[in-house]
Design a protein around this ligand. Structure first.
Ligand code: SAM
Length: 291
């Protein structure tokens, strides 16, 4: 079967259908077979797997996925691509194409209905404008997902994997690391795509934890504290939390909580580990229930 990742083949398909790339949909199609092999290998796809692909484009990655997986569900927003996909992928009987905005699809229900609730694997060359809502949506809604192997903007991959005290560390690092173990598989230059994106890209694999690595009695409060701590990066944690729009702790309470946590009153959010944020949330949650 001729591979769509061959640049000549991609051009042929685009010309045949007079397809016009839509910037607003983040359309940068992969044209490098090595990168595709690497993605499929690192996602460890086998014939038992149900794979969700977000944004199949003209079906370049879908082809590789269909050859390795048991079943592939590909969700594509651009209706102009649907007739193209129906032709390019006609040789495969294990692919289902859904013409929807992935952010509006109830993936949890699909997993229940189509895979008996068993965890799926997500593999995609993501549209970069909605990387974070897609990934956080899957994680926060507790969709049964074994792993998420995706192409994202290089900087975003670095932020997901960042450790405390580094410049890339922030709310996204903590949120991703609460749910998954992130691992950057490869950096991918712009010339592997058509058209070429203006930014560098990276493939990242997020393997979901069976249980979060830290325990907190109030997950929602912990994430609110994390968001507010990084809202004003240069501020101390005390000021960040005190200026919060949604939390209402006094300066004294926050200082007391930091003392209980065993950190300096001048500490900044970017130095705290996930375990420390979980503990801080518990301390503040206890204080709130006392008042
Ligand atoms: N998988 C293809 C490839 O690697 O060549 C295309 C990847 S391209 C970076 C992103 C794809 O996501 C495009 O096909 C785009 O139309 C689609 N897309 C953009 N926003 C979407 C959304 N909200 N829901 C589903 N698909 C979307």
């Amino acid at each position: 079967m001729e591979k769509l990742s061959n640049p000549q083949k991609t051009i042929e398909v685009i010309q045949k259908y007079e397809f016009a790339f839509q910037k607003k949909f983040g359309q940068n199609f992969l044209i490098d077979g090595h990168v595709l092999h690497k993605i499929i290998a690192s996602a460890e796809i086998s014939a038992d797997d149900f794979v969700l692909e977000i944004g199949p484009g003209i079906g370049t990655m879908t082809q590789y996925l269909a050859e390795a997986a048991g079943h592939v569900l590909a969700v594509e927003i651009d209706r102009m691509l649907i007739p193209i996909l129906q032709e390019t992928l006609q040789a495969y009987d294990n692919i289902e194409i859904l013409n929807e905005d992935v952010l509006k699809v109830d993936i949890g229900r699909i997993v229940e209905e189509k895979n008996g609730g068993r965890p799926i694997k997500v593999v995609a060359n993501l549209p970069y404008y909605i990387t974070t809502p897609i990934i956080m949506g899957l994680l926060e809604q507790h969709v049964p997902v074994e792993s998420i192997t995706v192409m994202v903007q290089k900087e975003v991959a670095q932020r997901m994997q960042a450790q405390p005290g580094t410049k890339d560390y922030g709310a996204l690092s903590l949120a991703v690391q609460y749910y998954c173990d992130p691992y950057i598989v490869a950096n991918v230059p712009p010339n592997c795509f058509m058209p070429r994106p203006k930014v560098g890209s990276a493939v990242i694999r997020l393997t979901t934890h069976e249980h979060p690595p830290v325990k907190t009695q109030n997950e929602e409060l912990m994430f609110r504290i994390i968001r507010d701590s990084f809202n004003q990066r240069r501020k101390t944690l005390v000021n960040g939390l005190h200026n919060s729009q949604t939390l209402s702790f006094s300066k004294e309470q926050i200082l007391e909580a930091l003392e209980q946590l065993g950190v300096a009153p001048s500490v900044r959010g970017e130095t705290l580990t996930l375990a420390q944020f979980a503990r801080l949330a518990d301390i503040l949650d206890d204080m709130r229930s006392r008042t």
